[in-house]
Design a protein around this ligand. Structure first.
Ligand code: PA5
Length: 448
């Protein structure tokens, strides 16, 4: 069965056949570079074969650890930033709910922390943990990132306050490099169970490793099915014929729109539970493509919610700036029928007997026609249901399209040199040893 269908006709009317043909050739060249492992960032292609070529022993350990977490804690604290948290959160919210923590369930609450430096977030989570049994999964490939490192210091201390030394060690799980970094050294010294972020998989491509899989499994999701969906994508998205390979075609069409002058790609969904999935997409594309002065700036919207905030702008001023990419699901996780009401006081009886999902679909169709009428090109990815297989498929689809897009653009889709600049300044301003020379200069600039 086809997991995903790409519909480009609402975008192609804004680009010429000649442009698409030219871009198709470039997309095929980019795919060849990716498959041959000869392009920039070639040491970070492990995600390409991950759905088939993963550590099976570790996969079983992940399931066991998830069971331990489910059976022994009220709250799982997931510490990580960027690629070390977005994927897990995206999948959990897509498959369960944006309101996962408020649902009645037999799995623990999950809180994500260490993805900001907000004192409020940490203080609030500490108070949420009062009187609760907790486990911690700290995730950092480098093992040195400041935000998660600070959060881990604080929540590790909390675990040791609550439990004996031996018990505490059982409640902390580290996902990091197999041998390097402060976190790995700490895990080894303290006897925490460790999971590996493979050397050849970068942060934003790591959701199908222990980085994403442990929290996703702890939330009660079927990670075998998630991997199966990704495996389907791995098997299907290899062909060099653009008519047969949607991943290639998506990369080609979005690059045509970029070359036609669009500056933004707006990922849209009609399902609020996909909000964090869009956040994951934003990171994937922004960190992969946004370099050397190039790249589409990824933004996101949830409709119809945002039609009542930024919808006006998109309709009347969006055409030169942006295009939209919508992931649409045919079957929602939940549905109900609108009942007729006596008296029809609210005037809504014309909807009675209709499924809520149909009303949502009509909103989507109406918006699609309105926005394309307003000159905003639309790409649609049509999926069946929001389940583990489909989400696994989507993850792989977007990772591969992103890598192909990066090569079309002529950038290295697997590095993120720009992320270092703020860190350098922050360390200097904080007086970290080794940054002394910078401090004075930066403070002068800030006028402090
Ligand atoms: O995609 C990336 O590589 C980044 O977003 C990283 O995931 C992020 O910076 C966190 O890094 P680390 O896992 O080393 O703490």
């Amino acid at each position: 069965m086809e997991k995903l269908k790409l519909i480009t006709k609402f975008a192609e009317k804004f680009i010429s056949d000649k442009d698409i043909e030219g871009m198709s050739g470039r997309a095929v060249d980019a795919l060849k570079i990716l498959h041959s492992g000869s392009g920039a960032g070639k040491d970070f292609l492990g995600w390409l074969t991950l759905p088939t070529d993963y550590d099976k022993e570790e996969f079983e350990r992940i399931k066991k650890a998830a069971d331990y977490i489910k059976n022994n804690c009220d709250i799982l604290i997931v510490i990580g930033i960027g690629g070390s948290y977005l994927g897990a959160r995206a999948v959990i919210e897509a498959l369960k709910s944006q309101n996962y923590n408020a649902l009645a369930k037999d799995t623990p609450q999950i809180y994500f922390i260490g993805n900001s430096i907000s004192p409020s977030m940490i203080t609030q989570l500490l108070s949420i943990c009062e009187g609760k049994d907790i486990c911690v999964n700290v995730i950092s490939k480098s093992g040195t990132t400041t935000e998660p490192a600070i959060a881990f210091r604080i929540f590790r201390e909390l675990v040791y306050k609550k439990y004996s030394r031996e018990e505490a060690a059982k409640r902390i799980f580290c996902t990091t490099d197999k041998s390097k970094g402060t976190l790995k050294a700490l895990a080894d010294e303290m006897g925490y169970e460790s999971f590996v972020v493979p050397d050849n998989v970068g942060g934003r491509y790591s959701v199908l490793t222990a980085v994403g899989l442990l929290p996703i499994a702890a939330a009660g999701n079927d990670i075998d099915a998630l991997m199966r969906g990704a495996r389907m994508a791995q098997n299907e998205l290899n062909g060099e014929d653009i008519k047969e390979n949607d991943c290639l075609k998506y990369a080609a069409v979005r690059n045509c729109l970029y070359e036609a002058g669009k500056k933004l790609e707006c990922f849209i969904c009609y399902e609020p539970n996909m909000t964090m999935f869009n956040e994951w997409l934003k990171q994937l594309f922004a960190e992969s493509e946004g370099k050397d002065g190039k790249g589409l700036y990824p933004v996101s919207c949830v409709f119809s919610t945002d039609l009542h905030s930024v919808g006006q702008f998109i309709q009347e001023s969006g055409s030169n700036l942006m295009f939209e990419t919508c992931v649409k699901f045919d079957k929602p996780a939940d549905d109900f029928v609108i009942a007729a009401q006596d008296g029809n006081i609210d005037g809504l009886n014309f909807l009675s007997g209709m499924k809520m999902s149909l009303i949502n679909e009509k909103a989507r169709q109406g918006t699609l026609l309105a926005h394309t009428e307003g000159g905003v090109a639309n790409i649609i990815l049509e999926a069946d249901a929001i389940d583990e297989e489909t989400i696994g498929y989507l993850i792989y689809f977007f990772e591969k399209s992103c890598a192909v897009s990066g090569y079309i653009l002529g950038v290295n889709p697997f590095n993120q040199p720009g992320v270092e600049s703020y860190k350098k300044n922050m360390f200097a301003l904080l007086g970290k040893p080794g940054y002394e020379n910078e401090k004075e200069k930066l403070e002068k600039e800030l006028g402090i």
